[in-house]
Design a protein around this ligand. Structure first.
Ligand code: HPA
Length: 244
């Protein structure tokens, strides 16, 4: 089964026929909200809003472990995560990117299942942090519905919830980052730890601090409209993913 984890701008899927909701409990606590089960076209899917259905859970407060554990227990094998990002590279707001790499700058988050007394030490391979299969599926779906997307990009995960300084964004650019967001990690690594095939659809909400029209400040008042329009395209891509 396919799971969609929705981020800012995507707290529900309009094109989903909902069959049931389930409040899940996990050894790691409660997920961000009830799991919403349903169908898109011919495909069984489950949806979870990363920041809660009322958008009240900050990026550093999301219980990433509980979210992915609950999805795994529900029978999920593949996850498409949707995340809004700032553009470090020259991707104008509204651009959809399917990143291929991650740099993790977050700290203090519960970032592994492999800890605690009696848990054997375990090192996952994370050379390619995203699933090739799920990335290909998303890219094919986007091509199939003629939605332009950028294939590849380096996602920098920052701690938030504040936005970055211009100098921090300069550093991320020097490090090779193309996108900056606050939720990509530890989500991607946790998915790998429990063998969920995971990829991200990143939606550029704004130019990152000091770039493009964010030279002096990030125009926060414009983000809502940008995401609303872009999420319509993301929903179409997800719908197409469910056709096969
Ligand atoms: N920085 C970090 N996270 C973000 C941004 C940003 O500029 N825009 C959307 N998520």
């Amino acid at each position: 089964m396919l799971a969609i984890v929705g981020g800012s701008g995507l707290s529900k899927l309009g094109n989903m026929e909902i069959t049931r909701r389930k409040v899940a409990r996990t050894p790691y606590g409660e997920p961000s909200g009830a799991l919403t089960f349903g169908r898109i076209g011919a495909c069984d899917v489950v949806f979870l809003a990363r920041h809660g259905y009322g958008h009240t859970i900050a990026p550093h407060e999301v219980n990433y472990r509980a979210n992915l554990w609950a999805l795994k227990e529900a029978g999920v094998s593949e996850v498409v995560s949707v995340a809004s990002v700032g553009a470090v590279a020259d991707h104008p707001p509204g651009t959809i990117v399917v990143p291929h790499q991650i740099i993790d700058y977050t700290w203090g988050r519960a970032s592994t299942y492999f800890e605690g007394k009696g848990t054997p030490v375990n090192h996952i391979d994370f050379t390619e942090p995203y699933s090739r299969g799920v990335r290909a599926k998303v890219l094919q779906a986007a091509a199939g519905c003629r939605e332009p997307v950028v294939d590849g990009g380096v996602y920098a995960a920052t701690q938030g919830p504040r936005l970055e300084t211009a100098a921090e964004i300069e550093r991320l650019a020097r490090d090779g980052a193309d996108l900056v967001g606050m939720t990509g990690m530890p989500e991607a690594a946790l998915a790998r730890e429990i063998s969920l095939e995971y990829a991200t659809i990143a939606v550029v909400a704004n130019y990152a601090a000091g770039r493009g029209d964010s030279q002096r400040a990030v125009p926060l008042d414009k983000i809502g409209a940008v995401l609303e329009e872009a999420m319509r395209r993301v929903r179409r891509i997800i719908e197409k993913c469910c056709e096969r």
